[in-house]
Design a protein around this ligand. Structure first.
Ligand SMILES: NC(=O)c1ccc[n+]([C@@H]2O[C@H](COP(=O)([O-])OP(=O)(O)OC[C@H]3O[C@@H](n4cnc5c(N)ncnc54)[C@H](O)[C@@H]3O)[C@@H](O)[C@H]2O)c1
Length: 436
């Protein structure tokens, strides 16, 4: 099939690469000339495991190309994915300007019947709005499909190539059939393609993210009680996760969730509910718990160092909002770093992939931050170690070396990845989240 994907970010680039891998001819489109130039020279602008190889292979096979020319892409392809950003507007609602601007371009350049696939996460009602926007500009028929994406950064290729389910939101049976054909190579093990009405498809994405985020906030709330009564949140997680009705995923207490999806999608859902005069107290609380949770280590750090942090240097391991990505959007590390710097500390930071992105978002704090090339370098001359993002390489460090580099033997473990007993045996003071 002839497909274009408008927006070549974390989602669009994965969609374009994976659809070309299954034999389709795919054109990736973006407004950023620099990004398209880099892609055309074989460089991948983001870090996502396996993506570079997949993009290069399909470019070599001439099934995948990139352009800034949306007119040409619309004219040459029959299925057009919209995968541009929907960042939070000032009131928390999803900013739809990019999606609608792409819809207008499609309407203007349509030269035959097209299927337009809404891959971006968009509020309920967007399918209808995009249909109207396009139809106002062309006489050619258009079928707009709501097809939310559930991939996780860090495992995006696997998630797209082997989805748990595919959601297709359309009332047009012919469009549904084409979409099923497009996705057929990815669901050969029998995972379902669920065809439903567009509003249900649009809401499904928000429901999934809100539920996953609420599991994390729930466990973070439980961890607060654990700290008061001497219980261990890790033991509780294992025990309740073993219950098949509950399962193990998304039950980790820590410094909270971040990223480009959970925080923004939850705020957008709350805003939609407000506009509809519907109360969503559970989802509102999920967000509030998380905001507080991002700073859960701060009082522990302050107490250990005797109040304010003037003259204290902290090593920070992990900056990205989660491992295996360079995405810094709403990363919990940002809230913590800004606060400790505000309290007088300096930080020496290391992340395997996100240093470049971190430099951009923390530019205002650069006088107080040393960016390190290696994990142990961050510990050199630091007073204590703070673990924020649980990259695999941080899981089993040489603790003797860490201790010899730190002026005070203390570890603040924001993801509960270390064994507290072992660390204490090795002479560290250890502070986790919801356990001693
Ligand atoms: N990142 C994730 O893990 C994830 C997962 C599922 C769904 N989503 C959703 O997918 C959408 C895209 O997210 P992302 O993380 O890939 O965003 P992103 O910011 O990484 O990428 C968006 C891309 O769209 C481009 N763009 C913006 N306006 C454009 C226009 N008018 N024409 C062409 N290109 C344009 C930008 O230059 C950018 O390259 C969002 O709605 C997001 O909520 C994201």
């Amino acid at each position: 099939m002839r497909v274009s994907v408008v927006g070549t970010g974390y989602v669009g680039l994965v969609v374009a690469a994976c659809l070309s891998e299954s034999g389709n001819n795919v054109i990736g489109v973006d407004i950023l000339t620099e990004k398209i130039d880099r892609l055309n020279s074989g460089e991948i602008p983001i870090y996502e495991p396996g993506l570079r190889e997949l993009v290069r292979r399909n470019m070599d096979e001439e099934r995948l190309s990139f352009t800034t020319d949306i007119k040409a892409a619309v004219e040459k392809t029959r299925i057009i994915f919209i995968a541009v950003g929907t960042p939070p507007g000032e009131d928390g609602s999803a900013d739809m300007s990019h999606v609608l601007s792409v819809a207008e371009s499609i309407g203007r350049f349509m030269n035959e019947k097209k299927i337009v696939v809404l891959k971006s996460t968009v509020p309920v009602g967007t399918n209808e709005k995009v249909t109207k926007t396009i139809s106002a500009l062309t006489n050619h028929p258009v079928g707009v499909v709501s097809n939310p994406e559930f991939l996780k950064e860090g495992a995006a290729l696997d998630d797209f190539l082997k989805p748990d389910r595919v959601v297709i939101g359309t009332d047009d049976p012919e469009v549904a059939e084409t979409m099923k054909e497009l996705y057929a190579p990815f669901v050969r093990t029998g995972n379902p393609i669920l065809v439903m009405d567009p509003p249900s498809a649009e809401l499904t994405k928000y429901a999934a993210n809100a539920l996953l985020a609420s599991r994390i906030s729930f466990m973070n709330e439980m961890s607060r009680i654990c700290e008061k009564v001497g219980a261990n949140i890790t033991q509780i997680r294992r025990a309740i996760g073993s219950d098949r009705r509950i399962g193990h995923a998304f039950l980790f207490a820590g410094v909270g969730y971040g990223g480009s999806c959970f925080p923004k999608d939850i705020r957008a859902l709350l805003q939609t509910a407000k506009e509809l005069d519907v109360e969503l107290p559970l989802i509102g609380a999920t967000e509030q718990v998380n905001e507080v949770q991002k700073l859960v280590l701060l009082p522990k750090i302050k107490e250990y160092f005797g109040g304010e942090l003037d003259g204290i240097t902290l090593a920070v391991w992990g900056l990205a909002f989660k491992p295996r990505t360079d995405d810094m959007r709403e990363a919990p590390s940002l809230a913590l770093i800004r606060e400790v710097i505000g309290a007088g500390a300096k930080v020496r930071v290391f992340d395997p992939e996100a240093i470049g992105e971190a430099r951009k978002v923390l530019a205002d704090y650069s006088d107080h931050i040393t960016y390190c090339d290696k994990s142990y370098e961050a510990c050199e001359g630091s007073d204590g170690l703070v673990l924020v993002t649980e990259w695999n390489e941080f899981r089993n460090p040489d603790f003797e070396r860490v201790r010899s580099l730190l002026s005070r033997p203390v570890v603040f473990d924001g993801r509960n990845i270390y064994n507290p007993g072992l660390l204490r045996e090795l002479g560290f003071n250890y502070f986790g989240v919801g356990r001693r």
